[in-house]
Design a protein around this ligand. Sequence first.
Ligand code: 3PG
Length: 193
Amino acid sequence: MVVLDDAAHAAGLADALVAGGLPVAEVTFRTAAAPDAIRAMADRGDVLVGAGTVLTPAQVDQAVAAGASFVVSPGTSRAVVERCQEHGVLALPGAVTASEVMAALELGVTTVKFFPAGTSGGAPAIAALAAPFGDVGFVPTGGVGPGNLHEYLAIPSVRAVGGSWMVPRDLVRAGELTAVKDLTAAAVALAAA
Ligand code: 3PG
């Protein structure tokens, strides 16, 4: 989960993610640099790039035009999910309650972002939701880090986790890419363990 202040940082960040063994990035629309950053990373061909914090169908269009392979939203918006389906890109809308999961299912979504995970009950909440929603996948983000990663990954319904701890905004901005690579490699090792 990356917040880029300047699309010029995208190439170095992509190098660090690849070198760290995690060639996947969700570039958020929290900054205006997002479309150009997505394009720069997608054009390389060695990083799976998605768009994050996508709130509107217009942002879906921008993300897809830039080369995003998946679209992440903090909540479930019918308009956003349907625009993703029109484009044929994976939508990962947010859902943290049974009603929100059911709303996502009605739109044909089978994997949801569980956000903000830490303040929405964390791993125990996902385990509880997995009981009635056995076929639903969850991707927790928000408050996930080295200290609790294992709790989430231990749940079979958790398909992946997201987080920003390996790509601190200040390090990326400062070009401290060796540190980003090291944090990324440590996160990969932790997940593998
Ligand atoms: C997200 O949108 O995925 C979260 O804001 C990431 O949260 P984190 O910064 O706590 O990892």
